[in-house]
Write a protein that binds this ligand. Sequence first.
Ligand code: NAD
Length: 459
Amino acid sequence: MTQLTIVNPATGQTLTTLDCDNADSLAFKAAAARRAQAGWAATPLSERQAVLQRFRALLLERKPELARLLSQEVGKPIAQAHQELKGFLGRFDFLMQRAEPVLADQLVYEEAGLQEIIRQEPLGVIANISAWNYPWLVGCNVFVPALLAGNAVLYKPSELASLTGLAMVELFQLAGLPADLFVSVIGAGDVGQALLEQDIDGVFFTGSWATGQRIAAAMAERLIPVQLELGGKDPVYVCEDVDIAATAAALADGAFYNNGQSCCAVERIYVHHSIYDAFVQALVGVVQGFKQGDPLDPETYLGALTRGEAQSALLQAQIKDALAQGARLECGGHQADGPGHFFAPTVLSQVKHSMRLMREESFGPIIGVQAVADDAEAVQLMNDTEYGLTAAVYTPDQQRAEVLLRQLNTGSAYWNCCDRISPRLPWSGRQHSGLGLTLSDVGLLAFAQPRAWHLKSAG
Ligand code: NAD
């Protein structure tokens, strides 16, 4: 049996090894999930919610140990691990509150002897293939509404967040969720690929564009729903009328929180030329103040690079390419000390769009800052990307911001904020950033299929 070695990226130490799934174990789990799903679909929503509520209570009880596990497994600062669990609860509560009204039958027409009703029915057994950077948050977007809507979930955590995935399964079991309804699938990409070959009714994926594209191609002939929440190269435009210090602090956090390993992290900053030098100076000042080190230290802001050597190599290649094309290294630019994988927070100025730094997702503690002549150039550069997750404009002038944001092809538009997700709003990417959406009332409906009921009384 293939084994998965779980390594703490902050220490390089092996935490444990896990047995990976294979085609046989997956077929067994998928068949069991299908049997369990029939009973779950027939269970009233209020009873499903009661089980999920117990899951929430157990999570709260175990929050400190779950945060610690997450921190050790992915190298996330412990304060941010707690923040993630808090964010999970906020999303969870919203989805629980909205399930009843959103999933309720809708009587859309009635006349003597005839009723027309839209009824939301579960998809069946869904595969949830997930990412490691926010396993609780991106998991919540999928498995909570999926279970509420009456589905079974084959949950494949990232190979870099498998212990957290197993902890979720344990909590559901303790909460009394029927056996086989929320099942872990352990392994790397090959196991994810094998999961796609099972008897499933939908695929909900969070991860990179490259994998998302592979999954879409693999599923093309199956004619089942495929949703893809993918990467980004999210831009921000800083107008000349901002409070420079406050904006620099906000964007430093937007770019470096979670070590820049957020799908909606700020990845490109464009600044009006008239405040460019002052802005760069303020940004570098904030970034140099970030505390990097032991993720279990409550004061740490920058933890370890979860993907370790591979991510470090990508960041170094982007920096080398930028410097060769005339960028200026303002701070960082190298691996930081440590037994594990740490990367010094890096700011590059004088950058341009021929550089990999401004085109490829970096997914690390690094940011490029480019000067622009005016609003038109900002819009042109912000749209010069294959991605389309989020975009932000900083200015006190709402009308100016909305005019600019309307011209950008992204799933989310931010005025004076960034790196932000609300459970009340749809979360979606355009172009290479994804297909379909989660969160909000619309995201709940992604896990149901509306069925048309034509009900005519006899005679
Ligand atoms: P990844 O694409 O490397 O892996 C994601 C998952 O896919 C993992 O579970 C992996 O084992 C699995 N996988 C890999 N190859 C597969 C295949 N051929 N078939 C089926 N499954 C396969 O991504 P990652 O490194 O885990 O996550 C980082 C990426 O995720 C970044 O690009 C980030 O922007 C993106 N992301 C997007 C969102 C969003 O909401 N849009 C949220 C979080 C992360």
